[in-house]
Design a protein around this ligand. Sequence first.
Ligand SMILES: O=c1ccn([C@@H]2O[C@H](COP(=O)(O)OP(=O)(O)O[C@H]3OC[C@@H](O)[C@H](O)[C@H]3O)[C@@H](O)[C@H]2O)c(=O)[nH]1
Length: 361
Amino acid sequence: MLHWPPKFTAFWRYQNPIKNMKILVTGGAGVLGSSLVGHLLEEGHAVVLLDAFVNGLESSKNHLLTSRNLTILRRDIEESLDDIYVDQIYHLACPASPKHYQGDPIKTLRTCFVGTENLLKCALRCNARLLFSSTSEVYGNSLISPQSETYFGNVNPYGPRACYDEGKRVAEALCYAYQQSHNIDIRIARIFNAYGPGMAASDGRVVSNFISAAINCQPINITGDGSAVRCFQYVTDCIAGLTKLMACDYCKPVNIGNDSPCQIDRLAHLVVDLVEKNGLRVLNDPITYSAMPIDDPIHSQPDITLAKKLLKWSPVVSLEDGIQKTIEWFLSTQESARKGIDTHTATPNAHSKVAFEKKRS
Ligand SMILES: O=c1ccn([C@@H]2O[C@H](COP(=O)(O)OP(=O)(O)O[C@H]3OC[C@@H](O)[C@H](O)[C@H]3O)[C@@H](O)[C@H]2O)c(=O)[nH]1
């Protein structure tokens, strides 16, 4: 299939990176999305932030709203994208916390399938490169560790995590099918347990649950016996990996994660220690235990050999430093809330809306 001249334009652009691309970020109000949007704006690109704003914008990212290069669309990715013309797409939209994706499993599956197909059609129409944010969960409850990209996974297709695990797997399959059938320029990032400033206290994932419990002198609850292993990557490391992957010419899946393993009980003790070091009181016996969730992966750990070689990238933020920064962010957010500053319901400002309407016409 011939793609002349647009394919040439795209090829030239990636060989000669320019500062003024127009880039769509779906899920742009999330933890990763909002950091990515900030980074792309700093790089000099025009950014279209598309998000359904189910959870609102986080306070630390509100400064983004003043940028003249930012257009904000409050929209579900299942809706029409026919008015969007961009050079690149980072497709991050999907609830990532088990609590949220299991809350409406049918919607999660539709987001993964219908939403991703909608984005692929948009990429096809715009001749844009699309990076899909996949997940470590495509490996399921892995039978091997660490997990490399060649491992096909151990996923239960009929259980509470299936909506997300299988949703992401089918979305990867869709990306492959569109690439084969329509020659779309695809990147696939399998992201492992990203965390950092911007997480809501209500996020439901382990880092935010532990920190918000500890700073409020509440018990930290470990689901399971604490021996489950995760590899936590700080948000800025993840963003660096995603942007390098977008810029490279490799179209198969790549693990983006920190390969340092951490048992959940170690994380709990680390959070307690750091919260105390920040001068806060914690409970005498701060850790409690409850039943392990169904199909909870026992040992999730990326093999990042491919990413290191291909992208000349590896994570640089230690778990200690990342958790400290995240604690500081939670504390500053609480302080803002105490002073009556609404941190979780920010809406796109008038300037951004006007900018969007102008660009549409
Ligand atoms: O309050 C909690 C929450 C979680 N946990 C445990 O901590 C571990 C991590 O749980 P999380 O909810 O943070 O996230 P999971 O690793 O299960 O899933 C995540 O994996 C990778 C991402 O792509 C997704 O964001 C998400 O599905 C699990 O073993 C879980 O049982 C607790 O002990 N206490």
